[in-house]
Write a protein of this length. Structure first.
Length: 81
């Protein structure tokens, strides 16, 4: 019952471990930074976050696969049209 309540079918956890942070490179300043990611927000996420170095906004896309592996990509916010 709890699995149905929390959407286990939509977002299986694989072995029970998922990434909670990712290393990314800012498309503006080129600095490598670590960002926190929230697995509880779903298997696919899109949001805007500012670079902690140069403060320019990124469009962040987070995608978890069925095994809890994560793919994070950034696009400069001014390129999203």
């Amino acid at each position: 019952m709890a699995d149905e309540e929390y959407g286990e079918e939509e977002f299986p956890l694989g072995d029970g471990t998922v990434a909670t942070e990712a290393e990314v490179i800012c498309p503006y300043c080129g600095e490598e930074v670590v960002i926190a990611i929230d697995a509880g927000s779903g298997a696919e996420q899109n949001y805007v976050e500012d670079c902690p170095v140069c403060c320019k906004p990124w469009q962040v896309t987070v995608q978890y696969d069925d095994d809890g592996e994560v793919n994070v990509s950034l696009i400069a916010e001014d390129e999203t049209g």
